[in-house]
Write a protein that binds this ligand. Sequence first.
Ligand SMILES: NC(=O)c1ccc[n+]([C@@H]2O[C@H](COP(=O)([O-])OP(=O)(O)OC[C@H]3O[C@@H](n4cnc5c(N)ncnc54)[C@H](O)[C@@H]3O)[C@@H](O)[C@H]2O)c1
Ligand SMILES: O=C(O)C(=O)C[C@]1(C(=O)O)C=C[C@@H](O)C=C1
Length: 361
Amino acid sequence: MTEDVLPVLTGPVEVVGAGLIGTSIALVCRRLGLDVTLRDTSAENVRTASGLGAGRPAVPGDRPQLVVVAVPPAAIADAIVDALERTGAVVTDVGSVKAAPLEAVAARVGAPELSRYVGSHPMAGSERSGPLAASAALFDGRPWAVTPHPGAGADAVGLVEALVLECGAAPVVMDPADHDRAVARTSHLPHLAAVLVAGRLAHAPAEHLALSGQGVRDVTRVAASDPDLWRQILGSNAEAVLDLLAEVRVDLDTLMAAVESGSGDDLVEILARGNAGTAAIPGKHGGPARPTRSVFVSVPDHPGELARLFGDAGEIGVNIEDVHIDHDPGRPVGLTELVVEKGSAEHLLAALESRGWTTHR
Ligand SMILES: NC(=O)c1ccc[n+]([C@@H]2O[C@H](COP(=O)([O-])OP(=O)(O)OC[C@H]3O[C@@H](n4cnc5c(N)ncnc54)[C@H](O)[C@@H]3O)[C@@H](O)[C@H]2O)c1
Ligand SMILES: O=C(O)C(=O)C[C@]1(C(=O)O)C=C[C@@H](O)C=C1
């Protein structure tokens, strides 16, 4: 469905699961002025999300236009079936795996109900859970898979795409099984790689950990995620994940042989494949990656200094694509990495230096 004929999201929107993702979506819908109702098995999470301005507790008699199911994977199929049977709304879910819940729902509801269900999956999140980690900006510029089944109604698909666009994300329409193979590669395997690396740190000597720089933080961030959530995600995409793990096992053997033999050529070949892989990741806005460069700036550890840095970058007219802050304990300054388009990096460096910032080239 093309953007100009999409149904309009008018609400009410019901969010089932007022955690990280559900509350983030609810905040976007509230920002649009929509009536948002919240359901959760945790009354406390509903209270917290309501308190953040994400909506109001659902009451009997609410008639949502759209239900967004944002509960843990093991509870998704039940929650979708419940929403289809309880309301006349279009129902989507944001679960990380798409084929298994679709199969479970299709076995339990008739074709008319099923036509109102369209799965989806925002490729944005956090290693943190719960409503307090939510943000209306979470989905800005991110891909968001929309995975209709053959019996899905065109209006239902369009309404889910409309939600995705309102969240500032880019809809990517895909078949559910293709989606699951894709995220095994782009999300589930990276998660496991992070976990394996982070696991080597758990009982490491303090003097080793004292040398933790940005590299180890970049590689391990997602390993801090909820193990139970990931047990459920991996359990429902086991086949695709196992295929990739088998490939990695072969790579690991090759890598060990290259390191052991001291063969520089073999090692360079493996390292170069890593370069090719990172270059293949599309840019934040979709399409080919736009070349970026990192600008490193020392930021004094005082309140307001980061805001001043971002303000200066804005006045200089350079868009910050990404940002990383090195919070090493015991240092009076933090090292901030501003990721900007390659062509504007020198201009930003010079302009920040002229404003008194200490940069690192
Ligand atoms: N965390 C991420 O980065 C991320 C990104 C994209 C998609 N997802 C998917 O989104 C879903 C939600 O993940 P999250 O990170 O927001 O988790 P979360 O733990 O922050 O939130 C889940 C919420 O669902 C509630 N809940 C649990 N069972 C319920 C039920 N049966 N009925 C109603 N509420 C119930 C919990 O109390 C909690 O408030 C998961 O399926 C996950 O796979 C997660
Ligand atoms: O940024 C993160 O914290 C994430 O890991 C988010 C991430 C991902 O792998 O990209 C994790 C799982 C979800 O299913 C979707 C998004």
